[in-house]
Design a binder for this molecule. Sequence first.
Ligand code: GDP
Ligand code: MG
Length: 196
Amino acid sequence: SCTSSSSDSALSSESAPPSALGPFTVVLLGDNGVGKSALASIFAGASDSMGSECELYGGEVFEQTIIVDGERATVTLLDTWDSQDEGRWTQERCLQTGDAFIIVYSITDRSSFLRASDLRIQLRRERQGDHTPIVLVGNKCDLVRCREVSISEGRACASFFDCKFIETSAAMQHNVWPLFDGIIRQLRLRRDSVET
Ligand code: GDP
Ligand code: MG
């Protein structure tokens, strides 16, 4: 059969609470150039695609089954966010689709950090009253000499907005799997609190 049930679930805006095994839909948000696609390609297992200039129209969707703490979880990762997108429909759809969100900025670009705060506020507005897991990610932490946003600023921003925080380097593959594992742990905590 050519029909894919995974894409259906990824696009459903009225999904049930995540089940034990997922699939969980996780959406990457953030300015252009901060490293969303680089993080997604590590998730997809394509570590040799770093530095690729090629961007498919409309972004990409990746599905992986991974084991975290001995338990299997299927994650659909959406790299479909376009910060230049003037048509609000796609952005709104992105914000309504996710079971969890990864808001990425570059530690070398203060404006992307400010944009991350805007996104957090936008997300809160779109998803009032639910406890959707959100992680704030300071990517490109390998570029120490170009740093414009300190770790403590990132941490303070995350605690102000009540979300998790991690610095990553997609280029060095540093903290990328801890990021995805952490998201899955948060989704499970939420699932468990929904069930009981
Ligand atoms: P996107 O627009 O958010 O999807 O960003 P991309 O993933 O396309 O990355 C933009 C540019 O930053 C590319 O040239 C990547 O190779 C580079 N890049 C992404 N992550 C890192 C990182 O952690 N460190 C460094 N040094 N460069 C990175
Ligand atoms: Mg991209």
